[in-house]
Ligand binder design. Sequence first.
Ligand code: IMP
Ligand code: MG
Length: 187
Amino acid sequence: MSELLTINGDTFAPFITEEQIRKRIKELAVRINADYAGRTPIFIGVLNGSFIFLADLIREITVDCEMDFFKLSSYGDAKISSGQVKLLKNLNCDVAGRDILIVEDIVDSGLSIAFMKNIIEKENPKSLKLVSLLLKKGVPKIDFPVDYVGFEIPPDFVIGYGLDYAQKVRNLKSIYRLTPQETVKPE
Ligand code: IMP
Ligand code: MG
């Protein structure tokens, strides 16, 4: 994975490898398995981005667990969040009295995770924790912790491993980062 990728005229460089992701997911799962021993948490994936991370994480989970999904939209086809979170699919499970873990691919502005936290807290869960593979440093406008973080990254646009660019490239096995635009030097 040493090649640069060009998508819609933007260049992306390799950033986090498959091996690094796999190793980090195992480490997160060890902590979650210990923290939830003897309980039956519900893992809540956030479609579309988190489906690959959740699929890999859940297979390292050894405690009894259930799953459900939110579907949200905030980015449209752009590289910058619209700042407006739309709920496209609500949960089907009953979260009252249950141990809930929201599983995100990435926390950027923090708006999406704050939006879901608010919905779930109104239903009186027994506990609510947040898991995110990636957390953009310095960006999140949130005043609560993300309990399990895979990697803290600079606030750059990233793609692959579930993360899209205009709905494409979710199927990349590793994560790539947008490189700064090259300055065009005058002749
Ligand atoms: P937030 O609401 O700004 O925290 O953004 C949350 C959602 O936006 C994430 O779940 C992703 O689906 C998407 N997103 C945020 N940053 C990126 C990125 O760098 N690449 C691709 N999608 C992103
Ligand atoms: Mg997402």
